[in-house]
Design a protein around this ligand. Sequence first.
Ligand code: HPA
Ligand code: ZN
Length: 324
Amino acid sequence: MQTFIQNIPKAELHVHLEGTLEPELSFSLAAKNGVDLDYKTPEELIAAYDFYDLPSFLKIYYAAMNVLVDEDDFYQLTYAYLKKASEQNTIYAELFFDPQAHTSRGVSFDTVITGIHNAQVAAEQNLGIKSQLILCFLRDMSAESAMEHLELAFPYQDWIVGVGLDSDERNNPPIKFAKVFAKAKEKGLKLTMHCDVNQLNTLVHIEQCIEQIEVDRIDHGVNALESEMLCSLIKNKNLGLTVCPVSNQFVVQSLTSNEVHDMLEKDLLVTINSDDPAYFRAYLNENLLALQKEGDFSQAQIITLVENAFKVAWLDEDLKQAYL
Ligand code: HPA
Ligand code: ZN
């Protein structure tokens, strides 16, 4: 099964670039930029990872970003992920980035997006892996800040395929960002939002995403299974769900394989993804393999999960067909 999973050409639709920051790269960037890390070795840093819910993860995730300072740092971060993905036979990826986590530290939007974009171009040329970029807004910051960052992105619109919403979901419902997402849609950008597993008011958040924001995809969205009405909406609108098994395990102590089975049975367009692979210590193949082991998925079911990712990818139809 391991070889089978390795060999299938895959797509990944839910991966945060900042969540691909490997401890070794952290140490090398910290040394270069004169940033203090609190830990002596990458192993010590990994040993300090202690995630049991979304806020406990986010605290460590944001703190680690201080080592990302100049354009080349963002280039190295992005290129390292694309190289790793390419080695796993991922041939297409949609990448989230969190500009507000950098501008709030005095790093300019231009620095961040130019470093990322140049790495995407180089990786496509050198490694053959295609990728597109999704600008994520931090939902625990204001709607005004999100709108300002959307406007910062307008001059770079050719480099961005869509917008997303991540970070701490508690008391930050989708509707808070209705105007920002309406504006993004008006500009021709695709829309997605996180509805992480087992969050407060998650069913309300999923419904708002679909009915009010009119998203094109939902990130996670596992709890939709608790509502027949939401499942019907997701199915009728052909919305992809980007499920992240190893990420979920930190919150619900399961890779949510039963839920993935249920989604397949209901013919929902469920896809498998790594979310923050450097932190959760699992890239796409490790996610697929762990899920398969827990849920005893057949090879045909694994292929369906992989094909779903190409089906709901934000690619032109002819390119999609070439992959499928
Ligand atoms: N959920 C919400 N926000 C995030 C995540 C996540 O899994 N990863 C990075 N930002
Ligand atoms: Zn995520």
